[in-house]
Design a protein around this ligand. Structure first.
Ligand SMILES: N[C@@H](CCC(=O)N[C@@H](CS)C(=O)NCC(=O)O)C(=O)O
Length: 200
């Protein structure tokens, strides 16, 4: 069986749990509290030298880190990955966008404000991240005003990856009021078969 080192409040971990559920793959959850350093122990660093969750242990014992890499491996051969090379590349383009232009600002502010409760301590960095997070939301809004899902007509890994932190953007101080296409897309993602909320 797969084993997943994860934290319930983490969007990066939620991506993996959402996909596992949508693929109907059984797995064991291993709660890992990053706030008390559980991803920085010697034992954990042996498995992921980068000291972060999610970390998936394959049934044969091999470890795999990085949420979007985990998604790509689990979804291999499924309808969540496009078969056409260009369409698949467009889908991965959005996975990279999520990690470089979205998550570092929206997820990081959410972490400081909502999870760590350190909004005052990190006020300067939160303020710096804010325009960049809104920039990512604007890119999403423009794209979603023309398509139903990120990589075209059907729901794919790109939607799972971008849903994870967008649907809780308010917890990072980001309002979705000015992003109607993003809000409509969130509803389409929630309506997918076997969708589960982050709190499940
Ligand atoms: N790029 C990584 C980011 C993983 C990440 O930042 N994980 C956070 C939780 S969301 C973590 O484990 N932080 C603990 C630490 O840095 O000590 C991914 O997508 O999996």
């Amino acid at each position: 069986m797969y084993r997943l080192f994860e934290m319930g409040d983490s969007g990066n971990c939620y991506k993996v749990r959402l996909l596992l559920n949508q693929l109907d793959i059984a797995y064991e959850r291993i709660p890992t509290n990053i706030l008390v350093g559980e991803s920085r122990t010697d034992e954990f660093l042996e498995l992921n030298p980068n000291g972060r969750v999610p970390l998936l242990i394959l049934p044969d014992g091999r470890p795999l880190a990085e949420s979007n890499a985990i998604l790509l491996m689990l979804a291999e051969g499924s309808g969540f990955i496009q078969t056409d090379a260009y369409e698949r590349a467009v889908m991965t383009q959005w996975l990279f966008f999520e990690q470089y232009s979205h998550e570092p600002f929206i997820a990081t502010n959410r972490f400081w404000i909502h999870i760590a409760g350190e909004a005052e301590e990190y006020a300067d960095r939160i303020a710096l991240n804010e325009p960049r997070g809104y920039q990512a939301l604007s890119v999403m809004e423009t794209h979603l005003s023309e398509v139903d899902f990120f990589a075209g007509a059907t729901y794919s890994l790109a939607d799972i990856a971008l849903y994870a932190y967008t649907h809780v953007a308010d917890e990072g101080g980001f309002s979705l009021d000015g992003f109607p296409s993003v809000r409509a897309w969130l509803e389409r993602v929630r309506a997918q078969p076997r969708h589960i909320p982050m709190t499940a």
